[in-house]
Design a protein around this ligand. Structure first.
Ligand code: PLP
Length: 353
């Protein structure tokens, strides 16, 4: 039986950074964790080591939890910050609003998401201010949290100044800051800043840090910088079916990413491939780069016929994310060869259109 990848008509994957496989460092640690038995439910040595490694990386004594995916990480961490009568301010394109099937509302028992617009996928302090001060009567779900996506759904990033400006409004209105870090590593790489600078030092209370999009098979870390907010979070994870009994298979690959520095190398590589793509296509007639490329996603405006030519050449991409357009996302294993091939195919498709 040939493997799917042996087939000549294999698609060319740039649809998302979760089409990639497991990176070698994560796989190596996964296999090491398989060498011996260990305690269950997170009481194993790998989970302790990985949690400590997060504390080293973030230069602070944070609380760390491992869950299976990003929807759970976001939903449960938001639920930990809210009562059911509270609300969460987020961008109208935020994954928690558009792609989590109501998970945050469900797990918080009804906390409402209040969506706001914002240029380039980012919320500004003024959006928050307006949303909080618009109403303060008993009939309105009381704003309690601001959720920011880093890197944003449009591939842009919040720099520390932007985060601190948001923290300042949040402080005035006693709001907590949640960060959906599905591409947090790519933001650190893009801005060349340490994780602490883009999280607690800039006022973030809780971060969900994706391993899946960085090179793991699955697994996200939920990181509480304010330990008080993490109270009973372990029970919340268990009730939601997110407590892995063989936790070491989630945490050991994370340790592989952190201990070897692969988390950053993978993100830097993915970002570099996105830059290569943007540089190769942005001056072509018939292509419009929709947003600045600050992480690992590239959004292009392309005529429908050109999109079809690319599909005919087996390129995979999404057109339903963000504000439309064609989204290409690079991962840890995206090759320069693949990107150059796309640039060539796109040039060809444009010349035929
Ligand atoms: C991928 C992604 C998530 C997590 O999605 P899951 O499929 O639940 O793991 C969360 N937020 C953003 C912005 C994402 O792109």
């Amino acid at each position: 039986m040939p493997y799917p990848s042996d087939r000549l008509d294999t698609p060319r994957f740039l649809a998302s950074d979760n089409t990639s496989g497991i990176c070698p460092q994560a796989l190596e640690y996964l296999l090491r964790a398989n060498d011996t038995d260990d305690l269950a439910y997170g009481n194993d040595r790998w989970t302790a080591l990985a949690s400590d490694r997060f504390r080293t990386l973030f230069e602070t004594d944070c609380e760390v939890f491992f869950v299976f995916n990003g929807t759970a990480a976001n939903s449960l961490s938001l639920a930990a910050l809210c009562q059911p009568y509270h609300s969460v301010i987020c961008h109208q394109l935020a994954h928690i609003e558009t792609d989590e099937c109501g998970g945050p509302e469900f797990f918080s028992n009804g906390s409402k998401l209040l969506t706001v617009p914002g240029d380039m996928g980012r919320i500004g302090p003024d959006h928050i201010e307006r949303t909080v001060t618009r109403r303060n009567d008993i009939h309105y779900p009381r704003p309690k949290v601001v959720s920011l996506t880093q890197a944003s759904e449009l591939g842009t990033v919040y720099d520390p100044d932007a985060l601190r400006a948001i923290r300042e409004v949040a402080d005035r209105h006693a709001l907590r800051l949640h960060m959906d870090g599905a591409r947090f590593a790519n933001a650190c790489a893009g801005l060349d800043l340490a994780p602490a600078e883009l999280s607690w030092r800039a006022g973030i209370d809780v971060l969900t840090f994706s391993g899946t999009k960085n090179g793991l098979a699955f697994g996200e870390a939920v990181i509480f910088f304010d330990r008080e907010l993490a109270r009973d979070f372990d029970y919340r994870c268990k009730q939601a079916g997110q407590l892995a009994s063989k936790m070491r298979y989630l945490s050991a690959p994370w340790l592989g990413l952190l201990e070897t520095g692969a988390w950053l190398d993978n993100a830097r590589h993915a970002n570099a491939m996105a830059q290569r793509l943007a540089a190769g296509v942005q001056h072509l007639d018939g292509v419009k780069l929709m947003f600045p490329v600050e992480a690992n996603s590239v959004f292009l405006e392309l005529a429908p016929a050109v999109q079809q030519s690319l599909r005919d050449e087996r390129w995979t991409f999404y057109t339903f994310i963000g504000e439309g357009g064609v989204r290409f996302v690079c991962g840890w294993n995206t090759t320069a060869e693949l990107i150059d091939r796309l640039i060539a195919d796109l040039s060809h498709a444009l010349s035929m259109a």
